[in-house]
Unconditional design. Structure first.
Ligand SMILES: Cc1cc2nc3c(=O)[nH]c(=O)nc-3n(C[C@H](O)[C@H](O)[C@H](O)COP(=O)(O)OP(=O)(O)OC[C@H]3O[C@@H](n4cnc5c(N)ncnc54)[C@H](O)[C@@H]3O)c2cc1C
Length: 656
């Protein structure tokens, strides 16, 4: 679906149609500011652009639940949720934001229910809730049932419901359009404002300049940086890369969550709900080893704790090989679900059961399942405040906050960082973050729209802005030229040489003479996995950086398409995605390199302790301006440090 006509100027463009983007669209349209505008006869011009048909957004694959202290099954309290979130994030959490998250979680879930989300139910008809890692009562006491769920298909329910509500509200979508550029006007040191985005309509092959006074990025995560990931092929960190390229910083980008239970060989997620329902992790000798690492919470300790414990078992020689490859590396452990009643398992974990049957060819009611940690969630992202407004951080001076809002730029969901997840996200908090802060961003955007609506005939600025040849038009012209070059370089492969190529199109001698983005992504995934998966050190970071700079970056620049047809040419978007990932990988390596401590999901073998004195701070990573580039090494980024907002819970040791 494409918009019937492109407006000269939009009030707002939302990039992304997962839980965050759709929540933002609804938040804006249902806000008092827009209602008033409509009452006076002015319709808002809001466009949602998505590179996927919205119902294919990755939110649809969320399985286990959404966190909220509803207290439907046992007593719960939002203050406990607040504390768990701060502790789960290893105190790298902005507590003002986490407080909002926990306080408004019950209302967020109830709103979702009222819009149509079909939650699983308790016997007396309330929304059912299950245990999840790190959810506790009494500020770190016994586990509590806090995750509201819909069997193990909560994301599917939420995504469909929000999309239906958007369709009912008349939201305009540009589906299967790929945003290639975020364009900001103004100075680099603050005072910048949004000009719009450049987007590629994959159906027609045309590039468009889309002028907008507000742009909200809700493009999801970047799991495809790693070979083993629970993320689908589309999670290529586009929004974060667009922001970085436009001169923004990324916050805490070194924190990537590895979920403990990815199905061996595939990385496909087996939800934490499997352990919540009674699943137990076992090593090669059948020992339920989590009792040793986290005596109180065992298999339901926070994810970083469980993933590190699995890797420790594997390193100690107590791992197992995937039964599909018995002679292969012993880099898995067992997930034992056999203690769960078969009928109950089918009822509450249908997705987990189906995945194991389809992809491992075994029966989880009788067989142990091989699992290993899988790249799952990017805690960091585009820095935003609690109203979704993106900012640049310089330095706090004389008690004055060093955040400068970029006029009209918003972000929400996994590509953003309001800093509720800190160094490690708790299960169920991501959908909550996307829905709650997505809605809040939409509401704030609506206030800005109402101040100067694009469709207001009395608003002269709109006509001027739309006819001006500005930086957006320049960016669009450059992108058209680049597309042309990508396509012109396409040479149809002759049959003989094609026969000698491998599955990714590499030549028989392994050279990159006929490279392509899929091959590049496979190589990048392996490099990043070796460098950063679950643990890292200066050595692994440096090795990856060298490969990135000497091999992967030049190859990314040299990529070209293999068909010269612009319409439906998926290789073109894959090239841009690969370039985004390469760019992001470099930023991630530099941010990781700069943090000389271990915290949450980041385990540095060379700095094994948490260091609150130096690093109770958010890393703020931006491309270094050419003049400021380091001369003594190869780093291309500047990393600054923004203090964490501590409100109620001073840092202390983190034990489960
Ligand atoms: C397997 C799995 C299970 C999970 N289970 C849970 C769970 O039980 N509970 C929980 O809280 N969290 C869970 N999560 C995490 C959670 O699902 C995600 O963090 C959340 O859904 C992200 O939502 P989002 O709206 O930010 O992004 P997405 O849903 O990923 O949407 C991104 C959108 O951006 C669009 N887009 C991206 N780039 C571009 C571009 N360049 N141009 C145009 N459009 C673009 C895409 O088309 C898409 O519409 C799970 C994650 C995974 C991978």
């Amino acid at each position: 679906m494409s918009p019937k006509q492109l407006e000269d100027m939009y009030d707002a463009v939302i990039v992304g149609a997962g839980a965050a983007g759709l929540s933002a669209a609804l938040g804006a349209l249902r806000s008092p500011a827009i209602e008033e505008m409509r009452a006076s006869g002015i319709e808002p011009r809001i466009l949602v652009i998505s590179k996927l048909q919205p119902l294919r957004s990755h939110t649809g694959s969320a399985e286990g639940g959404i966190a909220a202290s509803l207290g439907n099954v046992e007593h719960d309290d939002w203050h406990w949720h607040y504390f768990d979130t701060v502790k789960g994030g290893d105190w790298l959490v902005d507590q003002d934001a986490a407080k909002l998250l926990a306080e408004y979680a019950p209302q967020t879930v109830i709103n979702l229910e009222r819009q149509g989300v079909a939650f699983s139910r308790t016997a007396d008809g309330h929304i059912a809730q299950r245990r999840f890692g790190g959810h506790t009562a009494d500020f770190g006491g016994q586990p509590v049932r806090r995750a509201a769920y819909a069997a193990d298909r909560i994301g599917h329910q939420i995504l469909h419901t929000l999309w239906q509500q958007c369709v009912a509200a008349g939201v305009t979508f540009a589906e299967e359009w790929y945003v290639t550029d975020l364009v900001l006007d103004g100075s680099d040191d603050g005072g910048a404002h949004v000009a719009g985005v450049v987007a590629y309509d994959t159906h027609s092959g045309e590039v468009h300049a889309v002028h907008a006074r507000n742009v909200l990025l809700a493009t999801g995560g970047a799991g495809r940086l790693f070979h083993t990931t629970s993320n689908s092929w589309d999670l290529t960190g586009d929004g974060m890369a667009l922001a970085l390229a436009a001169g923004m910083q990324l916050e805490d980008i070194e924190f990537v969550q590895f979920h403990p239970t990815g199905l061996a060989h595939t990385g496909i997620l087996l939800s934490e709900a499997a352990r919540a329902e009674g699943g137990v992790l076992r090593n090669a000798s059948g020992e339920a080893f989590m009792e040793r690492y986290a005596p109180e919470h065992r298999d339901l300790a926070a994810r970083d704790v469980v993933s590190r414990s699995i890797m420790a078992e594997i390193d100690a020689g107590r791992g197992v090989a995937d039964p599909k490859d018995p002679q292969g590396p012993k880099d898995c452990v067992w997930l034992d679900l056999t203690g769960i009643d078969r009928d109950h398992m089918e009822a509450v974990l249908p997705q987990v059961v189906e995945t194991i049957r389809e992809y491992a060819g075994i029966d989880p009611a009788t067989d142990w399942v091989p699992v290993k940690p899988t790249a799952h969630y990017t805690m960091g992202g585009i820095p935003i405040d609690t109203d979704g407004e993106a900012y640049r951080w310089t330095a706090d001076v004389d008690g004055v906050d060093g955040r400068t809002i970029v006029d009209g730029l918003f972000a929400a969901g996994e590509c953003s960082c309001v800093s509720v997840h800190g160094a490690n996200r708790l299960g169920g908090n991501s959908l909550l973050d996307a829905c709650l802060f997505g809605t809040r961003a939409g509401t704030r955007m609506a206030e800005r729209i109402a101040e100067a609506p694009a469709a207001d005939p009395t608003n002269d600025d709109v006509a001027d802005a739309a006819t001006e040849v500005d930086s957006l038009d320049t960016a669009s012209t450059l992108r058209k030229r680049e597309l042309n070059e990508l396509l012109t370089a396409a040479k149809p492969a002759d049959d003989d040489s094609a026969a000698e190529n491998d599955a990714y199109g590499a030549t028989a001698d392994g050279s990159a003479a006929d490279d392509n983005p899929y091959r590049l992504l496979a190589d990048l995934g392996r490099v990043m996995e070796q460098a950063l998966a679950v643990r890292c050190s200066a050595q692994t970071i440096e090795a990856a950086r060298r490969t990135l700079h000497d091999d992967l970056m030049p190859r990314a620049v040299a990529l070209h398409a293999h068909s010269d047809v612009a319409a439906f040419n998926q290789e073109v978007t894959a090239i841009w995605e690969a370039r985004h990932l390469v760019m992001l990988a470099d930023a991630m390596l530099d941010a990781t390199d700069a943090r000389h401590e271990s915290r949450g999901s980041l385990m540095r073998l060379d700095y094994p302790a948490r260091d609150d004195r130096r690093f109770l701070a958010h890393s703020m990573t931006a491309l270094a301006s050419p003049a400021a580039q380091h001369t003594d090494d190869e780093r291309l980024h500047d990393v600054r440090w923004q203090p964490v907002h501590i409100v109620d819970f001073p840092p202390k040791d983190r034990e489960y």
